[in-house]
Design a protein around this ligand. Structure first.
Ligand code: NAG
Ligand code: NAG
Ligand code: ZN
Length: 432
């Protein structure tokens, strides 16, 4: 596809007005997690799960990091340890601590010598301004094959930026959504590494991959909160838009898409919950912007990948129900297996499991992968949960950025090859 065509579309749907109208945020004190610990708790019954997850209603003391149908990872404030231990006894489960002091981990997240990495080198995590500046550098360095786009504006008025890489007309399209959950920093680190690889690699296979697809990559979708996780609270999950009905702030953006919204307990209607779906679908400007943009381009997009962490999973539709499966579920599993096998063959030997979101985890409605599949006719659609499975969780040390990114590249290469084999990579826009 020609770059000017995309630019015309972008100008049509997302006029930027140059002027910055960022709302002023009060200088908030940086949230600290001194002596907060994270535990792995395996349970056998849904009653046990329910009883443990109840603890997360005590916001200041407990935060859920991960939850699937056999175990959860729970962060516990030091002052809440007695309550936590009592609950473990009542529920009759044991907990294994894997992070003793979350603040200590946060303080050492960028262990690599950060001064030596003044330019992008993926040895540390970059903030939004650094990522934006780097995108500009890449746009300037590769003007013939890249174009910048803006999905729209965030709640606080920031541009949500993306990059299109297109080497030739007629390519099938791959859309990568990253950092919808802002605390999952490994996602934008991986997305930017991928952009760099697609533009600069001399490897024959990577060149083939880069040049035979159109890549729409949004490294940071949840821009406001990405800034917030850098400046104020490293572990904030939701958006930062206040609620009209509660003092609790924010919506889970990955429950906010208009596709089986709020069905089957796949999200919460309580603004204080981490999976609050919002007052209505698309209440969050970031998700509305993503929806408007993808809706217009959907005939050019064959594959939707939404980057998340952590758990090492590929999750296909459906999220809203574990009772039904998409009509091409067997294909989706075959493609996911290709990703998983390819990653496993790397020297790191990392294991990715796969299945449908609701099947492998629990009902989760209104997520990107379901919406793209159900509403946008993008039949190859996954959530990818990156490293790890519960050693560092969200605070994955920067030393793991490159290994994780290499796995993602190899995985995507296999995923697209398998999709092509199954007939999903025909350019959609040659249809009338
Ligand atoms: C964390 O725990 C250590 C060891 O118990 C203690 O010395 C320290 O004061 C605690 N830090 C904070 C900020 O509470
Ligand atoms: C607690 O769980 C263990 C197995 O995990 C079981 O053997 C034991 O009977 C349980 N105790 C109670 C009081 O349910
Ligand atoms: Zn996530």
């Amino acid at each position: 596809m020609k770059l000017y065509e995309l630019l015309a579309i972008i100008i049509l749907i997302a006029p930027t007005n140059g002027a910055s109208f960022l709302k002023k945020r009060d200088q908030e004190k940086k949230v600290r997690y001194d002596n907060y610990s994270v535990f792995r708790i395996k349970y056998e019954t849904s009653l046990q799960r329910q009883s443990l997850l109840e603890l997360t209603n005590i916001k200041q003391s407990f935060k859920l990091w991960r939850d699937d149908n056999s175990e959860c990872n729970l962060m516990v404030a030091p002052s809440a340890m007695p309550l936590f231990e009592e609950r473990l006894r009542t529920v009759n489960v044991t907990a294994e601590m894997f992070i003793e002091n979350v603040q200590d981990l946060i303080d050492h997240e960028n262990e690599a010598d950060t001064r030596a990495d003044a330019t992008f080198g993926w040895t540390r995590y970059y903030n939004l301004a650094e990522i934006d500046a780097w995108l500009d550098t890449m746009l300037a360095a590769y003007p013939d094959v890249t174009s910048g786009f803006v999905l729209g504006q965030s709640y606080e008025g920031r541009d949500i930026r993306g990059l299109l890489i297109s080497y030739k007309w007629g390519n099938p399209g791959v859309f990568i959504e990253s950092n919808i959950h802002a605390r999952e920093w490994i996602t934008s680190a991986t997305a930017t590494w991928l952009i760099n690889e697609l533009l600069t690699s001399k490897d024959e296979l990577v060149r083939e991959l880069a040049e035979s697809h159109d890549w729409y990559i949004v490294p940071v979708l949840n821009v406001d909160v990405f800034v917030y996780t850098h400046e104020t609270d490293r572990l904030w999950r939701k958006t930062r838009q206040p609620s009209r009905i509660s003092d609790c702030v924010g919506v889970d953006p990955n429950r906010n898409y208009d596709s089986h919204w709020m069905e089957n307990g796949g999200a919460s209607s309580n603004p204080c919950d981490e999976t609050y779906a919002g007052p209505q679908p698309f209440s969050e400007p970031e998700i509305k912007a993503m929806s408007d943009f993808v809706s217009i381009l959907k005939d050019k997009i064959n594959v939707m990948l939404a980057f998340h962490s952590y758990s090492q999973l590929l999750l296909s539709p459906y999220g809203h129900t574990a009772e039904e499966f998409p009509e091409n579920y067997a294909d989706l599993m075959q493609v996911a297996k290709a990703y998983s096998d390819a990653v496993h063959q790397l020297p790191y030997g990392t294991i990715y499991k796969y299945g449908s979101s609701a099947g492998i985890l629990y009902p989760a409605s209104g997520a990107t992968n379901d919406w793209a599949y159900n509403e946008q006719d993008i039949k190859i659609s996954y959530t990818i949960e990156f490293r790890d499975t519960g050693n560092f969780g969200f605070v994955l040390p920067a030393a793991f950025i490159k290994p994780n990114a290499e796995e993602t590249l190899i995985g995507i290469m296999a995923l697209l090859a398998e999709s092509k084999k199954l007939g999903y990579m025909e350019p959609k826009y040659t249809r009338n």
